[in-house]
Design a protein around this ligand. Structure first.
Ligand code: ZN
Length: 422
């Protein structure tokens, strides 16, 4: 552990620390932003008696943050801002999160914990493949690895051939990436006859996208590494909200910095542990943009609040199943792209890339799935995939097999779904 005294706190102490930090956050909002404080019904820090009292405060969502562009919900004087990051992947008004020096410190701390949970230390060579810019990934990994004193390869996004060259020549031991990027690297490695076994690579820390267990298994086997699933988003202060550990028993959330609730997305009611719903995050130590009950749209559940096999006591959530916004509804059936990914990738002969397309033709919804496969003429495989998909969805889909590399891949986050309805 990077900070055993904090990561191993007994639950009662953790809860009282959370309460103290929640009160401090509410006081910060009250003292710095009258409009934000009014939104919270002018709550006084002293009104919060136990940590569960947070449930009496209103939710906030991405739309609220967009409307607040650029700084309407921020809670530090402008001269204290040292940088900002911006949400990616959405059109329209962006969401800005300005960081104070303390926020950058907080980020370095949680990222150092994450790297340590992944077995990374000062002796490691950490290659950072997300971009250094408005997207938070590059800088987040940088601050964490810097805190540990690792040797950083700050290459940033793209240039896959150079990425591979550095892995080999610089002796990279840990690679960090958006979860779909390893697939691109694996593809280029195959074209260049790159031998993963002849590298020192042992760990991959991947996140920012939903990736299935099947995808994970494929990456681990082909690259010969252990992978760790890291979560976090611009709104919460960037990557590093939590990560899974060597026990592979769920994703630890750093509870002294973040309070997590799982709610029913329709009613807003807080769900008991074990039930699946939308993750709501309250930041407990952020200054620039503290969040109270922010609806992340991420779907997950609390697995356990017991001490983990790794020794950490911070609660564990399930790997993210999907985002509320990603849910596809066809013929009354709701499903997530990750579920389709799991089905496809469990079949031998199927490559790592696929595209789900939804159309409305003459008033009826049609689902099409294009899948990269090793042999596009394999009629048996096509038939099998159609059957598996139909068994799962209870309606048929048009399944099209294309050769490896047959699906176009834009740079950045992977595009898995194209919905042309409306
Ligand atoms: Zn653990």
């Amino acid at each position: 552990m990077h900070q055993p005294e904090k990561e191993g706190l007994v639950r009662e102490e953790l809860a009282s620390l959370q309460l103290e930090n929640l009160r401090r956050t509410v006081a910060r909002i009250r003292d710095n932003n009258a409009g934000y404080h009014a939104r919270l019904g002018h709550v006084d820090p002293g009104d919060l008696r136990v940590i569960e009292d947070v449930a009496g405060l209103p939710f906030m969502n991405k739309e609220d943050l967009r409307k607040a562009y650029p700084f309407d919900l921020t809670c530090a004087p402008r001269e204290r801002f040292v940088r900002f990051h911006m949400s990616s992947g959405t059109t329209g008004t962006p969401i800005l999160n300005p960081f104070t020096a303390s926020d950058v410190e907080q980020w370095a701390e949680i990222m150092a914990r994450c790297f340590t949970a992944a077995g990374v230390n000062s002796a490691d060579v950490v290659q950072i493949t997300p971009s250094f810019g408005l997207f938070n990934g590059g800088f987040g990994f940088h601050y964490g690895a810097s805190r540990l004193g690792s040797f950083i390869v700050p290459i940033g996004a793209g240039r896959s051939s150079l990425q591979l060259q550095f892995i080999k020549d610089i002796g990279t031991t840990c690679i960090t990436a958006i979860a779909s990027y390893p697939l691109r690297l694996m593809e280029v490695a195959r074209q260049e006859n790159f031998d993963w076994a002849k590298t020192d690579l042992k760990v991959g820390v991947f996140g920012a996208e939903v990736w299935s267990d099947e995808m994970r298994a494929r990456i681990e086997s082909e690259m010969g590494i252990d992978t760790y699933d890291i979560i976090g988003m611009t709104e919460t202060g960037g990557v590093g909200l939590g990560i899974d550990c060597e026990a592979r028993a769920g994703i630890h959330i750093w509870e002294d910095h973040y309070l997590v609730e799982i709610i029913d997305p329709d009613t807003g009611e807080v769900l008991p542990d074990g039930q699946t719903g939308e993750m709501v995050v309250t930041t407990l130590t952020r200054q620039g943009l503290p969040l109270i009950r922010f609806r992340t749209r991420d779907i997950t559940s609390v697995i356990s609040r017991d001490k983990c096999g790794c020794g950490r006591t911070h609660l564990r959530i399930d790997r993210i199943t999907g985002r509320n916004d990603d849910m596809i509804k066809i013929k009354g059936v709701n499903f997530y792209p990750r579920q389709i990914e799991s089905l496809l990738l469990s079949e031998p002969g199927v490559g790592n890339d696929y595209l789900i397309e939804v159309d409305r033709i003459e008033g009826a919804d049609k689902l099409g799935i294009t899948v990269e496969v090793h042999n596009p003429d394999d009629g048996h495989l096509a038939k099998n995939l159609r059957r598996i998909v139909k068994d799962f969805l209870a309606f048929g889909a048009e399944v099209k097999l294309v050769p490896m590399g047959g699906i176009e891949k834009p740079p950045g986050k992977a595009v898995r779904v194209v919905d042309r309805r409306e």
